[in-house]
Design a protein around this ligand. Sequence first.
Ligand code: CO
Length: 135
Amino acid sequence: MAHIKKINHVAIAVPDIDSSLTFWRDAMGLKVDHIEEVPSQKSTVVFIPVGESEVELVRPTSEDTGVAKFIAEKGGGMHHLCFEVDDIDAMLADLKEKGVRLINETALELPGRKMAFVHPKSTGGVLVELYQIAN
Ligand code: CO
């Protein structure tokens, strides 16, 4: 059975990076590792390490993304929670077997990682992301 290693990141949808950094960086004292354009997700992502995990500030670069719609509806806020697993294919098969609804039934291959989302209908309302980091 697949094993969950840690919380990889908590993603927060933000309409504006500079104003969100006045809290996360300036008030909380966290350090920005880097800011990255992620064309596959149509977003700009600010990576903020916190111990073994990260906070990711996600600003959409297009109106037609799930994060953009989330911001339009709620003004932003916590968007998803990402767990790092040792074997994402086994994890997805196991969850499916247990009747959990998946957004991605098979993992998507991205540079350096595989990822999939679990549907919030099966998690009590939290969008859950799964990562397997390539070794
Ligand atoms: Co994420």
